[in-house]
Ligand binder design. Structure first.
Ligand code: NAD
Ligand code: LMR
Length: 344
C-alpha cells in the first residue's frame, strides 16, 4: 500500500508522469495536486484498469489550503514537477524568481502534513530548488536528508542515449554502466562515461572532438528541446520517463527490492546528511554540500552512495569538469539558502 502525491500533476511533465505512476501496481493511491485541472486529469486516469485509486485536488481560491493538505495526508512519496518551464533564451536560473516560492510553499506543506514522505524535486533550477527544500525542512525541524532527492535522471537518460549512438551499443544497455554526477544545468552536469572498464574501452575509440561534442550535448540537452519546442516549453515526455525511472527506484526500495544496476541512478542530495557525505564534500568537492551522486536506496530512503572518486574510474578530463561544476553549484546553493533565510 503506497500513496504517491504529484504536485503540478496537470502540467506537461505532471500528466505523463502520473500516467506512468498509475500503471505501477505497487501504487495503491495516486493523489494529483495542481492549481488547475487536477480533477480533470484524475478523472481521466481513474478509468485505467490498474489498482491505484486516483484522486484530484485543486484549491478553490488562493487562500484555500485544504486541497494541498488532503493530497498529502498519509503520503509516502511526493513528486514535484510544479512551476514554470523555460522559453528559448532563458537559463534555468531565470526560473528562480517564480519557482523558488512555489517549492518553498509546497515543501512547507509537506513538512507539516507528511513529514516522513520521500520528496523528489523536478522543478528548476534543481541546483537551487533542492537547497530551498532542505532549508524549509530544517526550519520546520523535519529534515531527513536521506529522503530528499533532486531529480537529475534525465541527464543520465540523455547520456545513455547519446553515447550509445557513438559507440554503437543499445542505449538501454548503458543504464548502470555510466554515470552522471554534479548538478542539473549546463556545465554543472558531469557525465562519467569511463566509469566502468567495459565502456571506457569503447569510449577510448572516440576522437577528442566526438568526446567534447558528447559532453556538450548532455550538458545542454535541455536547450535542444527548449529550442525545438520554440516557446511552448521544455522537456516533458523524456522528463516524465526519467522522473518515473527514479520514482520506480524509490517504489522498488519501499517494496524491499534492492537497487539495480552496477552503478545506481544518481540524485542531487545533501551530502553532509549521508554516511560519509561530509568527507566526500570536504575531500573532493571543495566543501560543496549538494551534489548528484549514485544512490543506493532501501525502504524509500538513501542507504548509501557510490563515491565516484573512489569507486568509479574518473579521468583527468572528467576531474576538470567537476572543478568547473563546483563553481556554478556553490552559487546556486547559496542563492537557494539565502532565499529561505530571507523568507518569513
Ligand atoms: P508546465 O507549465 O507544463 O507544468 C507545470 C504545472 O505546475 C502546471 O500545471 C501548473 O499549473 C503547476 N503549478 C504551478 N504552480 C503550482 C503550485 N503552486 N502548486 C501546484 N502546481 C503548480 O511545466 P513542465 O514542463 O511540466 O515543467 C515543470 C518544471 O519542471 C519546470 O520548472 C521545468 O523547468 C522543470 N523540469 C525539470 C527537469 C529536470 O530534469 N529536473 C526536466 C524538465 C523540466
Ligand atoms: C531539461 O534538462 O530538459 C530540463 O531541465 C528543462 C530545461 O529547462 O532544460
Amino acid at each position: 500500500m503506497v500513496k504517491v502525491t504529484v504536485c503540478g500533476a496537470a502540467g506537461g511533465i505532471g500528466q505523463p508522469l502520473s500516467l506512468l505512476l498509475k500503471l505501477n501496481p505497487q501504487v495503491s493511491e495516486l493523489a494529483l495536486f495542481d492549481i488547475v485541472n487536477a480533477k480533470g486529469v484524475a478523472a481521466d486516469l481513474s478509468h485505467i484498469n490498474t489498482p491505484a485509486i486516483v484522486t484530484g485536488y485543486q484549491p478553490a481560491n488562493k487562500e484555500d489550503k485544504t486541497a494541498i493538505v488532503e493530497s498529502l495526508k498519509g503520503t509516502d512519496l511526493v513528486i514535484i514537477p510544479a512551476g514554470v518551464p523555460r522559453k528559448p533564451g532563458m537559463t534555468r536560473a531565470d526560473l528562480f524568481n517564480i519557482n523558488a516560492s512555489i517549492i518553498r510553499d509546497l515543501v512547507a506543506n509537506i513538512a507539516r502534513t507528511a513529514p516522513n514522505a520521500a520528496i523528489l524535486i523536478i522543478s528548476n533550477p534543481v541546483n537551487s530548488t533542492v537547497p530551498i527544500a532542505a532549508e524549509v525542512l530544517k526550519k520546520l525541524g523535519v529534515f531527513n536528508p536521506k529522503k530528499l532527492f533532486g531529480v537529475t535522471t534525465l541527464d543520465s537518460v540523455r547520456a545513455e542515449t547519446f553515447l550509445a549512438g557513438l559507440i554503437n551499443v543499445s542505449p538501454t544497455s548503458l543504464q548502470g554502466k555510466i554515470s552522471v554526477i554534479g548538478g542539473h544545468s549546463g556545465d554543472t552536469i558531469v557525465p562519467l562515461i569511463n566509469a566502468t572498464p567495459e565502456i571506457a574501452r569503447k569510449v577510448a575509440t572516440l576522437s577528442t572532438d566526438q568526446y567534447n561534442k558528447f559532453i556538450n550535448r548532455v550538458q545542454y540537452g535541455g536547450d535542444e528541446v527548449v529550442k525545438a519546442k520554440n516557446g511552448v516549453g521544455s522537456a516533458t515526455l523524456s522528463m516524465a520517463y526519467a522522473g518515473y525511472r527514479f520514482a520506480e527506484n524509490v517504489l522498488n526500495s519501499l517494496a524491499g527490492k534492492e537497487t539495480s544496476g552496477s552503478i545506481p541512478d544518481s540524485s542531487y542530495v545533501y551530502l553532509p546528511g549521508l554516511p560519509g557525505g561530509k568527507e566526500l564534500s570536504t575531500k573532493y568537492l571543495n566543501g560543496v554540500d549538494f551534489f548528484s551522486v549514485p544512490v543506493v536506496l532501501e525502504g524509500g530512503q538513501i542507504k548509501s552512495f557510490v563515491n565516484p572518486f573512489e569507486l568509479l574510474k574518473v579521468t583527468n578530463d572528467e576531474t576538470k569538469l567537476v572543478k568547473v561544476a563546483l563553481d556554478g553549484l556553490s552559487k546556486s546553493i547559496d542563492q537557494g539558502v539565502a532565499f529561505v533565510t530571507a523568507s518569513k
